[in-house]
Design a protein around this ligand. Structure first.
Ligand code: AMP
Ligand code: ZN
Length: 468
């Protein structure tokens, strides 16, 4: 059927039709680097990673841009608290962010632009808006977007027309829908900003948060691009403001598909820094879970459903992954004598692949895709039990798992267990003894391995060591 997504702009599930055939431009709102990202943030980034991988699986060449918000109200506030220069302070959390992304198996985006490297582009858009009558300069030298100049305001969220007539102004980056108002594109220098300031046609100051994403998305993806994402909390005001200022400046559509993930919650409440109910990834890993297990927790609830985080969910993820790991190990040890005689393996693979693909295409329906995966695991185990899958059939099933893993990023089909060098050496000696037909020595070496807690299996690819 082809890929389709629930589009927050049209509020329907739309077929994905990219601007350029075979290509997809994707902008994903990135972290504000003022602290370690929490696992609620990572829910958004894992969803975006799934989206990116799903696009690739369906044959699109993806250009993904994820910005780094390294100047805004919060980064300035906390760098001052830490007594550090803004760029030194944000560098710590940029580094931590990339480390965490890697632990979660998130594929790198093509571009990670930082806001402080794009102030010139932001000023350029603001100038266009002032010249076009969509923005005005206030007494203090701040520049505001005029809501009244843009009748289409309120595309993602429904806004009461009375609120639209509000003549107020809002300088803060974050505000509620009830306080819809002209928002700051450029904030005139304030002593509270310390030494964070850039020159502009309106005097010294710094950009508002919303203009940052407009400038960085347009620069790398063009004035109109395919997909823009974030968490649902980004819809207002951030994305609403991005649409208004971008479309007013360029006179063309900004984004064709808006995708938003629901929140990760703890006891029913959104996980957030301000509520204080958050876990950083580091904290969860310190409790003994792996990045792969956390990824599985974040990945396996459909992105438009709230995800309630619990440590029980991490244990459940561990059990699901163990099932897959055991299956992979069995396939790799499939005895040479076994063989598929009636095409049942090919049939199983085709059915599982179809189910997986149908799930992926259906607005990233992860449960349906995983049903395809577990159909393969269940059916594959049965075939191995029945002796209907030998090494060549096993390899076909492994190939199917590899294909699924380009989307899931968690199956570790080809990961070797970390085997200590002395254990590898013993296994190697045993293999040599067997080849020399010295079976007594081979048995002694097997016992020696067992005494050290290791089992050695003879597979089509040679001996494989596994913890007992
Ligand atoms: P921020 O660093 O606050 O700008 O957030 C970065 C990304 O994380 C944005 O896309 C947010 O929408 C998303 N986000 C923040 N909190 C949560 C949460 N509890 N659940 C899911 N996504 C979130
Ligand atoms: Zn953004």
């Amino acid at each position: 059927m082809g890929l389709r997504f629930y589009n927050s702009l049209t509020r329907t599930v739309d077929d994905f039709k990219p601007l350029e055939p075979g290509k997809a431009g994707l902008y994903t709102c990135g972290p504000t680097v003022y602290n370690y990202a929490h696992i609620g943030n990572f829910r958004a980034y894992v969803f975006e990673d799934l989206l990116r991988r799903a696009l690739r699986y369906c044959g699109y060449k993806v250009t993904q841009v994820m910005n780094l918000t390294d100047v805004d109200d919060k980064t300035i506030r906390d760098s001052q608290k830490a007594g550090m220069a803004l760029n030194e302070f944000t560098a710590i959390y940029k580094k931590a962010f990339f480390e965490d992304m890697e632990k979660l198996g998130i594929e790198p985006a093509e571009h990670y632009p930082a806001a402080t490297d794009h102030i010139g582009e932001m000023i350029g858009i603001i100038k266009k808006l002032v010249d076009g009558g969509f923005a005005y300069v206030a007494e203090d030298g701040s520049v505001y977007f005029s809501i009244a100049s843009y009748p289409d305001y309120g595309r993602l969220v429904t806004i009461n027309p009375d609120e639209m007539r509000s003549s107020g102004r809002v300088k803060h980056d974050e505000y509620a829908k009830e306080s819809v108002a002209d928002f700051a594109l450029w904030k005139a220098y304030d002593e509270a900003d310390g030494d964070v300031a850039w020159d502009s046609p309106w005097g010294k100051g710094r950009p508002g948060w919303h203009i940052e994403c407009s400038a960085m998305s347009m620069k790398y993806l063009g004035e109109t691009f395919d997909i823009h994402t974030g968490g649902v909390d980004n819809m207002f005001p951030h994305h609403e403001d991005e649409i208004a200022q971008s479309e007013a400046a360029n006179g063309c559509a900004f984004v064709n598909y808006w995708l938003h993930c629901a929140h990760l919650v703890v006891n029913g409440e959104k996980m957030s820094k301000s509520a204080g109910n958050f876990y950083t990834l580091r904290e969860v890993l310190a409790k003994g879970f792996s990045g792969r297990e956390v990824r599985w927790v974040l990945l396996t609830t459909h992105y438009r459903q709230q995800l309630n985080f619990s440590f029980q969910a991490c244990h459940d993820a561990r059990a699901s992954l163990q099932r897959v790991d055991d299956f992979i190990a069995r396939l790799k040890a499939a005895p040479a004598a076994a063989g598929d005689t009636d095409g049942r393996v090919a049939e199983l693979i085709a059915a599982s692949r179809n189910a997986f693909q149908a799930g992926v295409e259906d607005d990233l329906n992860i449960s349906a895709a995983l049903a395809g995966l577990f159909n393969l695991v269940r059916g594959g185990n049965r075939l191995v039990d029945e002796g209907a899958a030998g090494p060549s059939e096993a390899e076909k099933i492994l190939d199917c798992l590899r294909a699924f893993d380009t989307v899931l990023g968690a199956l570790e089909v080809d990961k070797e267990e970390d085997v200590p060098a002395d254990i590898t050496a013993l296994a190697h000696d045993r293999q040599t003894a067997r080849q020399m037909k010295d079976f007594a020595r081979a048995d002694t070496l097997r016992d020696e391995l067992a005494a050290r807690g290791w089992i050695v299996e003879d597979t089509a690819q040679g001996p494989r060591c596994k913890r007992a």
